[in-house]
Design a protein around this ligand. Structure first.
Ligand code: 13P
Ligand code: SF4
Length: 347
């Protein structure tokens, strides 16, 4: 039963003590997050894994790319586990390394050595290694503005992988006009743009988050009509139109902090993953909070981590079986760490 599973997890946590570390992303289910040693956004969790030297076993309650990042940032003795190998990220899967190599060849033929690559941490280790090798850095939604500004101190153009929306919203905020942004389509191997080629400053990879694309202009129009006094806050993985029509936007941490600071009685429609919105609704009963999309938007892959998978993963550690260990090879780690460190020293 659920109670028995919870009791056993508590027992294992006690038994392993500081040898075990369970980071949990804000989008994880309540049944999982209750056992997380820390909950955080992508940036916080990466920082915590990088500085934790005591844990021998890191059971990552999040998605595959986060576990890979944890493995890259920890030492060889520390093992990282993903409780369910099917917990991937559809956005990360939208940029594979072969497509990226082809894009890089084509783009450097067009623009010469004027481009620095940036990748959202929501990407495979191979993409992070590609970016590291080419002088670029990773970004998260918490530090995207600072990292895009940094990139422009390196080269005159950036290639932003794999989320076109975070890239476009961030570049727009720092003053790059939309006409100076182009989109690289990895299916057709084609650059799509409107103005003059030489004016292009930002090349956006044509990828997106299948959760945040569900928040639409229509959702905003409906909320404005039905609740005129409600403020709308969304994650920058939402489209430019949705972000532009909202009152505010920011990373999961920014959304949480904003709701915490908001006065009692304030009213909010939130455009981000369902588990986080539900948690905020439960924690802030003095505020009126709804999901911007009334049908709620779960991240199906995040949700694959549940109580039985967490317990199964912990039991396997106790039994010395080491299943679902996420290992990034040495070569990839060496390059990817450069991309991550260029971000972490500035974060
Ligand atoms: P952050 O935790 O950086 O806000 O990212 C949101 C997300 O989609 C994680 O997969
Ligand atoms: Fe990937 Fe979007 Fe899910 Fe985050 S919310 S893990 S970006 S699919």
């Amino acid at each position: 039963t659920r109670k028995q599973m919870e009791a056993r997890i508590r027992e294992i946590k006690e038994q392993l003590g500081e040898k075990l570390f369970i980071p949990g992303h804000h989008y994880q289910k309540e049944e999982v997050i209750q056992f997380a040693d820390v909950s955080g956004d992508s940036l916080q969790l990466a920082q915590l894994c990088a500085t934790n030297e005591k844990a021998e076993h890191i059971v990552f309650c999040g998605v595959h790319f986060m576990a890979e990042t944890a493995d890259i940032l920890t030492n060889d003795q520390q093992k990282v586990y993903l409780p369910d190998m099917r917990a991937g990220c559809s956005m990360a899967d939208m940029a594979d390394i072969f497509q990226t190599d082809r894009a890089w060849d084509a783009l450097t033929a067009m623009f010469g050595e004027t481009i620095v690559p940036l990748t959202y941490v929501n990407s495979t280790a191979a993409i992070k290694a590609f970016v590291g090798k080419n002088g670029g850095a990773t970004v998260t939604s918490s530090n995207a503005h600072a990292m895009v500004k940094w990139a422009f101190t390196q080269k005159e153009r950036i290639l932003f992988l794999p989320d076109q929306h975070l890239g476009r919203n961030t570049a727009f905020d720092i003053g790059i006009p939309l006409e100076q942004m182009a989109v690289w389509d990895p299916i057709q191997d084609k650059l799509v743009y409107e103005g003059a080629l030489e004016d292009i400053k930002v090349i956006l990879w044509k990828g997106h988050c299948s959760v945040h694309e569900n928040f639409t202009v229509k959702n905003i129009v409906d909320v404005r009509q039905q609740h005129p006094d409600m403020q709308i806050i969304v994650h920058p993985e939402c489209s430019r139109e949705v972000v532009a029509m909202s009152d505010d936007n920011g990373s999961t941490k920014y959304i949480i902090d904003t709701i915490e600071k908001a006065p009692s009685g304030s009213k909010w429609a939130i455009g981000t993953e369902m588990n986080l919105v539900n948690r905020l609704i439960q924690q802030h009963t003095d505020k009126q909070i709804i999901s911007l999309n009334p049908s709620m938007c779960p991240c199906l892959t995040m949700n694959r981590i549940d109580l039985p998978h967490l317990l199964w993963s912990l039991e396997s550690i106790v039994n010395g079986e080491k299943v679902n260990v996420i290992t990034v090879d040495e070569e990839t780690t060496k390059e990817a760490i450069n991309a991550l460190e260029r971000m972490l020293v500035r974060a």
